[in-house]
Design a protein around this ligand. Sequence first.
Ligand code: FPP
Length: 253
Amino acid sequence: MSSSQESYLNPNPNQPRHVGIIMDGNGRWAKLRGKRRIFGHEAGVLKARELVETAVKIELEALTLYAFSSENWSRPKKEVSGLMRLFEKTIEKYTSLLINNNVRFKAVGDPSKLPRILKRKLEQMESITSQNTGLILTLAIAYGGQQEIVSGIKRLIEDHESQIIDANEITVESFKKYLLFQDLPDLDLMIRTSGETRISNFMLWQSAYSEIHFTETLWPNFEEQEFLEILQTYSQSERRFGNVEEDIELKKA
Ligand code: FPP
């Protein structure tokens, strides 16, 4: 039995609590097959489903998937509307899968430009699964890390003007409540598929101390085995959070 299969059967106590994935490469995957980009996105959805099932099996606490960035609105109209329809169908199709697997679903991002029907379906899915206690699955949709920070600052200024918060009470910890993902642990591990080595505005604040793993694999080809191997590597890594080794050992003692 390979070591990654072992960790599959026995959740590793050192595994990350929160994993974020930039699912990239659907378009290139489709192009390689002489198909339209939407065909790649459909394959991407199936892959996301597989990975969610794996995350449930290994008892991961939180998984965040970057489905649509603030910048993706500038893609050709036809691709954007195809993606919106696909998201809508996906929510409909997988509601019972999430319920049966005790998954709590959340959507983060700026919903103002999303089609009304999709917005409603996302809200419904959040509410139906809100009492679930297993994996927290977050879909970052119409999401941008810079936009998240700017809108947090705007709300902080409002609170400061209404004397709800004083300037000297503003700390890294207290600012978190103005951001999204506030009830989740910060990102431990970020994975980006398809060979691009950028983080493209994904969870900028929450990834301050993340391990980052870039793989050449196009998202629709990303197999469970590779995911488990990445988690295995993570669990063997030493995270120092700016400290030196000695301090970490002292804290553990
Ligand atoms: C990147 O491929 C992917 C996207 C823009 C987002 C769409 C993602 C999915 C449909 C998968 C999962 C969806 C859900 C709802 C869980 P790309 O188009 O940037 O690929 P390319 O870089 O090869 O062109």
